[in-house]
Design a protein around this ligand. Structure first.
Ligand code: 13P
Length: 254
C-alpha cells in the first residue's frame, strides 16, 4: 500500500514571517497526522524558518524547489544537494514545468539533478506533463514516456522507488482548470506502466505518483481516490493553510 504524499509548492512566495504563520496555523488545524506524508516546499529563503516553526512536528518533511547537480564550487547563485541536506531538507522538486519552460531545463539537465539528488540522499519529486498543444495532437503518452525515460535515466530500482513522480499537465497549472479524475488516472496508469518497463512491476507498484495542476479542496478527494493517484503537488491552494489542510485531509478519504 502506497502512503499518500501531499506537498505544498509555494513557488516564489512567502516571506519568513508569512511562512512561520502558515506553519503555526497548519499545525493547529492538522493535528497529529501519520497516515499521509506532508511536505512543505518553501523558497530557499524560508526553509530554515519553516524548519524552526515545525519544531517537533518531525513527521512533516521539508523540500526545496530546485538544486544544482554539482556538490560545491564556483557556481554563483546555485544551491547543491549537500547544502540542502545541511538544512535537513528531505525532498527536492526537479523538472517543474516552470523550470523547463522559463529556464530552459531539458530532460538531460533534470536527469543530472535527479542523480545528484539521490547521491545526496535527497528524494526527488520529478515533474512531468504535456502542454495543451501536445494533448490536442494526441501525444500525451509519447511526451510522458520521453520525459520519464530522459529524466529518470540511469536510476536503479531502489532509487526509482525513492523517487516521487508528479504528473502536472502544463495546461492545468495555475489555470483553475484541473485534469478530470479520469484524464489524470489514465496518465498515471500510463506512467506506472512505463516504470514497469524501466524497472519491473514490483518497483512500479511502489512508486508514488502525485497529481498537480489546480488541485483545490473541492476536487482533491475525487482526484486522490483514483487507484494510481498517490497524492497531490499543490501550488496556489497551498498558500492558504486552511485549504492546504483540507487537501491533506482529503488524501485520507477513499
Ligand atoms: P497550481 O496548484 O497553482 O495549479 O500549481 C500546480 C503546481 O505547479 C505545483 O507544482
Amino acid at each position: 500500500m502506497r502512503k499518500k504524499i501531499v506537498a505544498a509548492n509555494w513557488k516564489m512566495n512567502m516571506t519568513q514571517a508569512e511562512a512561520a504563520r502558515f506553519i503555526e496555523s497548519m499545525l493547529l488545524d492538522l493535528g497529529e497526522i501519520t497516515d499521509v506524508e506532508v511536505v512543505i516546499v518553501p523558497p530557499f529563503t524560508a526553509i530554515a524558518k519553516v524548519m524552526e516553526a515545525l519544531g517537533r512536528a518531525q513527521n512533516i518533511k521539508v523540500g526545496a524547489q530546485n538544486m544544482y547537480w554539482e556538490k560545491n564550487g564556483p557556481f554563483t547563485g546555485e544551491i547543491s544537494g549537500p547544502l540542502l541536506r545541511d538544512l535537513f531538507v528531505h525532498y527536492v522538486v526537479l523538472g517543474h514545468s516552470e523550470r523547463r519552460i522559463l529556464f530552459g531545463e531539458t530532460d538531460e539537465i533534470v536527469n543530472r539533478k535527479v542523480r545528484a539528488a539521490h547521491e545526496a540522499t535527497l528524494r526527488p519529486i520529478v515533474c512531468i506533463g504535456e502542454t495543451l498543444e501536445q494533448r490536442d495532437m494526441g501525444n500525451v503518452e509519447k511526451i510522458l514516456a520521453i520525459q520519464m525515460r530522459g529524466s529518470l535515466a540511469g536510476l536503479n530500482a531502489k532509487e526509482l522507488q525513492e523517487t516521487v513522480i508528479a504528473y502536472e499537465p502544463v495546461w492545468a497549472i495555475g489555470t483553475g482548470r484541473n485534469a478530470t479524475p479520469d484524464q489524470a488516472q489514465e496518465a498515471h496508469a500510463f506512467v506506472r506502466h512505463i516504470l514497469g518497463e524501466m524497472a519491473d512491476d514490483a518497483t512500479a507498484e511502489r512508486v508514488r505518483i502525485q497529481y498537480g495542476g489546480s488541485v483545490k479542496p473541492e476536487n482533491a478527494r475525487e482526484l486522490m481516490s483514483q487507484p494510481d493517484i498517490d497524492g497531490a503537488l499543490v501550488g496556489g491552494a497551498s498558500l492558504d493553510p486552511r485549504s492546504f489542510v483540507q487537501i491533506v485531509k482529503a488524501a485520507r478519504e477513499r
